[in-house]
Write a protein that binds this ligand. Structure first.
Ligand code: BDR
Ligand code: CA
Length: 327
């Protein structure tokens, strides 16, 4: 099998953690590194989470590099209401044994991408600060990256940050502006599709029965199932309380799935810009759907998603990983 080499830049984060697990669970993916960027939590917390989640998946060998602690211009606004103080909801994981690399994430991204031109798929599921700096520091990255899949933006969706922004873009709109206009082979995965992929209690139950069809889980606990159940319970409570939604949007896991199953979504080539002003449109993403600007498309935007297929795929992949990590 031709495996895709994936570099994940993330801010774990519950759904980022699920994206890491999905990468580890998928034979189509060769996860070559994880970098962290300040977003959902302090970057130090996220780095620890990335290492701990990789260890949970049996992939403590994957290198992790810590990146920027805050946006290019904006200060950090951690999403502790969404992801909990430690970033992983109610889940607790053993302290990781592995250490992060001494190298800064931006330099690590540049080094890995330039060393293997045309081979690395960059998946970004946090604020785009590290990616923007990599592009500015080493513009050759733009031509060397195979594909860049970014979770961010909201178009025909009301957003999840005031007044109608999306968290990753909202945290660092200036970085998003750099990345959107850099000329990268970019696919954007906005809330329009991710908020349709809701992980619910019934998925936890389905996963539990797939992992342990015959014996009560209490007798045979799966650390992976316990992690997913505890992390998503917090995330589900947040979505219910803050947005009146049943289930939690597993934004970043859908983004990771597009590495090997791009046909899960329908995309449109569009010219997209981000609002940098402080007015009511702050950090909003705007697509030129009717080609009024005359500007050529700068990305592919996912606008439809096969929800059932993705949720089935996600549960099955987690069941497979749980079986592997229990052996
Ligand atoms: C994005 O914001 C973060 O809180 C999630 O991890 C996801 O990447 C959704 O807007
Ligand atoms: Ca994220």
């Amino acid at each position: 099998m031709n495996r895709s080499k994936v570099l994940l830049d993330c801010d774990p984060g519950i759904d980022d953690a699920l994206a890491i697990l999905l990468a580890c669970a998928s034979p189509e993916i060769d996860l070559v590194g994880v970098t962290t960027v300040g977003g959902n939590s302090l970057v130090e917390t996220e780095t620890r989470n990335a290492l701990a989640v990789l260890a949970l998946a049996g992939r403590a060998d994957v290198p992790v590099a810590q990146g920027c602690a805050r946006g290019l211009i904006k200060d950090l606004t951690p999403a502790t209401d969404t992801h909990g103080l430690g970033g992983l909801g109610y889940a607790t994981l053993p302290p990781p044994r592995a250490e992060p690399l001494a190298q800064h994430a931006v330099d690590f991204l540049i080094e890995i991408i330039l060393a293997q031109p045309g081979e690395i798929t960059l998946v970004a599921t946090g604020p785009l600060t590290n990616v923007a700096l990599a592009v500015r520091k080493a513009p050759r990255v733009v031509g060397a990256v195979k594909r860049c899949i970014v979770m961010g933006g909201a178009f025909r969706h009301e957003g999840n940050m005031p007044p109608r922004g999306e968290y990753n873009v909202w945290c660092d709109p200036h970085a998003a502006h750099i990345v959107f206009h850099a000329g990268l082979p970019l696919t954007l995965v906005p809330l329009d599709v991710t908020y349709r992929c809701l992980f619910r209690e019934q998925h936890v139950q389905r996963l539990a029965s797939r992992i342990s069809p015959h014996s009560p889980l209490a007798d045979f606990p799966s650390p992976l199932l316990t992690f997913i159940a505890d992390a998503t319970r917090f995330y589900i409570e947040y979505h219910r309380a803050a947005q009146n939604i049943e289930g939690c949007a597993i934004n970043d896991a859908l983004t990771m799935a597009l590495v090997f199953a791009p046909d899960l979504v329908t995309t449109q080539a569009l010219y997209v810009d981000v609002e940098l002003g402080d007015g009511p449109g702050h950090a909003g993403t705007y697509a030129d759907f009717w080609k009024l600007t005359g500007k050529p498309p700068n990305m592919h935007v996912a606008l439809e998603v096969d929800v059932e297929r993705f949720m089935h795929l996600f549960v099955e992949r987690m069941a497979g990983l749980a079986a592997r990590t229990m052996m």
